[in-house]
Ligand binder design. Structure first.
Ligand code: AMP
Ligand code: MG
Length: 355
């Protein structure tokens, strides 16, 4: 019997002492552990994931409202799945005409194309036709035929996105091309949330947009936040299980992993990060890549890019960018990391390799 099982979840921990607050909405869950009392966490479903925001020190309700309004605004501009967003309009006019977009959208696409270039096309925002074919972000993902995959592969090419800065237009040169900013938009959104938090003069906060984590300030006892690294294994009940800890200082921590969104078909797992070269989920021995950086947008793009590039090439890319660190977790439960990052392993079934 043919069997499809669909899984989608993200779990991230901010670790401190004992108190634990859990938030769950729709199909995903997100949990945060910290030592603050009566944590003022607010979680809503936006950007196709659970967004949970924790503002400490009696943050006003209005700041939460500003944050979730901004997240909804970003979704209404950037989603490839909602009708009438700037991205949906660009896709609808593929091969026909350039589309004028909001400056936020223009700038994000420009940045996405930059990451496409430096990753040799491993990260490619024109991956839309592949994402749609697999239905990986839908309720009903499926394994397409080789013929179907071959038919969409020529459409995936970031070089066929034409930007006109003066007129703020975006044009997809070929009909049926489609942008999908799913690998960078949450990072952009997390940076926007942090800006709102700074403007509101809030001292301490945790932002978790479905695995894109950004911490702000320090804990109440002045020690830095500690972010847990999710166990990335497929098919196990790993919700809430972490394999190690990244101790502060406050930065952003973004993971691309097989566990985030996947389905099982006839005993094989298929995840949501595609190789634009093969048209299949990237398969190179990695289970997850975590990037620690100053901006969540860059970390988001780089985690997806390096996941597709694989360890050897991905490591060369990360080593070439100042202030960016990475943790690579492999299927054989070994871990490699860059030298500028501290990582405390807590799950003894994993092993850190020193080069
Ligand atoms: P992330 O979880 O940030 O690694 O992003 C994964 C999401 O980005 C997927 O759900 C797709 O919507 C999209 N995506 C998948 N493969 C790629 C790729 N090679 N380049 C850019 N975006 C991708
Ligand atoms: Mg990403």
């Amino acid at each position: 019997m043919r069997k499809y099982h669909f899984y989608l979840f993200c779990v991230v921990f901010i670790l401190a002492f004992s108190a634990c607050v859990k938030a769950a909405a729709s199909k995903e869950s997100s949990s945060v552990e910290n030592n603050q009392q009566a944590d003022p966490i607010r979680a809503e479903f936006a950007l196709n994931t659970v967004c949970s925001i924790t503002l400490f020190d009696q943050a006003k309700e209005s700041v939460y409202n500003d944050i979730f309004n901004r997240l909804n605004e970003i979704e209404n501009l950037m989603s490839a799945h909602l009708p009438n967003t700037d991205i949906s309009r660009i896709n609808a006019y593929a091969g026909k005409a350039p589309v004028k977009v909001h400056s936020d959208v223009f700038n994000l696409i420009e940045r996405a194309l930059y990451f496409a270039e430096i990753s040799g096309g491993a990260f490619d925002p024109t991956v839309g036709p592949l994402v749609n074919l697999w239905g990986i972000t839908s309720e009903k993902p499926r394994l397409p035929s080789r013929t179907e995959i071959n038919a969409v592969l020529p459409l995936i090419n970031w070089r066929n996105v034409e930007l006109d800065r003066q007129n703020q237009t975006v044009f997809l040169k070929n009909a049926s091309m489609a942008l999908d900013l799913g690998a960078i938009a949450k990072g952009y959104a997390a940076d926007e949330v942090i800006s709102i938090i700074k403007e509101a003069k809030i001292d301490r906060a945790i932002v978790d947009l479905g695995g894109n984590v950004a911490t702000f300030g320090v804990k109440a006892d002045k020690s830095p936040w500690r972010v847990g690294l999710q166990n990335p294994e497929f098919g196990k009940n790993n919700r809430g299980a972490y394999i190690g800890i990244i101790p502060g200082p406050a930065k952003t921590v973004v993971t691309s992993g097989v566990y985030e969104r996947y389905f099982e078909y006839n005993g094989t797992y298929y995840h949501h990060i595609f190789s634009p070269y093969s048209g299949y989920p990237a398969s190179n021995g990695l289970m997850s890549v975590t990037i620690v950086a100053d901006t969540s947008m860059d970390a988001d793009a780089l985690s997806t890019a390096t996941f597709v590039m694989g360890y050897e090439k991905g490591r060369v890319l990360i080593d070439s960018i100042k202030g960016v660190e990475a943790i690579f977790v492999f299927e054989d439960k070994t871990i490699r990391k860059t030298s500028g990052l501290e990582f405390i392993l807590t799950d003894s079934s994993y092993k850190i390799l020193t080069q």
